[in-house]
Ligand binder design. Structure first.
Ligand SMILES: COc1ccccc1CNc1ccc(C(N)=O)cn1
Length: 246
């Protein structure tokens, strides 16, 4: 998968994409992240990338012309069709389900807004999808783009070793993760649930599933409402709730 990121701070994108699982996916040829700077496509003497808004008011907007030229160059760098995503507080919130769909695409181009964002005409003409990573405002879209690169990059086939993917499952089916307890000589087993020391893998799997279900019920009932539970899940959750209310 190829991800081109258009940002006034390309070094931020390059450095964050070179780390950890995503960096390893890059080394394994599973993911290619390329950063592009609209300032390199500004044609005036001052290399302007921002401009005042029509209608007055505080704040600046990103200038559409350098952005359009930069986007054109990025698209032209690879024949694969590009799905253009604009990270902004005005987009629908990113979910793991949408991350999975984006991770299956051959190519993404991510636009990072700065100042107060982009010209609406540019958005209508060039953007396929607006995405927000949460209901808060950042000084730029770069952190949101790095979140998307990480969430999508780690799902590329072969990016996660077994060691990384332990807690992958519960999020995959829309539940919170169960608690984890690290083996440690210093900490010993004080406070570690006995089932985890039992060696009974079926019981451990059941306990972990029950903890995921129970935590989701307690902390994120909105997620639980959307999760697909089978009969065994519903029995485990009922048992958790009984214990909780006892
Ligand atoms: C005032 O900033 C903007 C205004 C408009 C667009 C982009 C920006 C850049 N900032 C962002 C970007 C994304 C998110 C998010 N929640 O995904 C939060 N902030």
């Amino acid at each position: 998968m190829r991800i081109d990121v258009i940002s006034l701070f390309p070094e931020f994108i390059r450095e964050s994409a070179a780390l950890g699982v995503v960096g390893r996916a890059g080394e394994r040829g599973l993911l290619q992240v390329q950063a592009w700077n609209p300032r390199d496509y500004a044609t005036d003497n001052y290399r302007r990338v921002d401009q005042r808004p029509f209608g007055g008011g505080p704040g600046m907007l990103m200038l559409a012309e350098p952005l359009a030229a930069c986007l054109g160059a990025a698209k032209a760098a690879d024949p694969a069709p590009a799905h253009v995503v604009y990270l902004s507080p005005q987009g629908p919130r990113l979910t793991q389900a949408r991350v999975r769909e984006l991770a299956a695409m051959p190519r993404l181009v991510l636009l990072c807004g700065r100042y107060e964002g982009l010209d609406e005409r540019f958005i209508e003409r060039e953007v396929d999808e607006e995405i927000s990573i949460g209901d808060y405002v950042l000084s730029g879209g770069e952190l949101a783009a790095a979140v998307l690169v990480d969430a999508v990059g780690r799902l590329q086939e072969g990016a996660l070793n077994h060691a990384d993917s332990a807690s992958q499952d519960s999020f995959e089916d829309g539940l919170l993760d169960c608690p984890h307890y690290t083996r440690s000589e210093a900490a010993g087993t004080e406070g570690v649930p006995a089932v985890l020391l039992s060696g009974d893998h079926a019981a451990i799997a059941r306990w972990r599933r029950q903890q995921s279900l129970g935590r989701t019920w307690l902390r994120r009932p909105d997620l639980l409402a959307r999760a697909r539970l089978d009969a065994a899940d519903r029995a485990l959750l009922a048992d958790f709730i009984r214990q909780w209310q006892a």
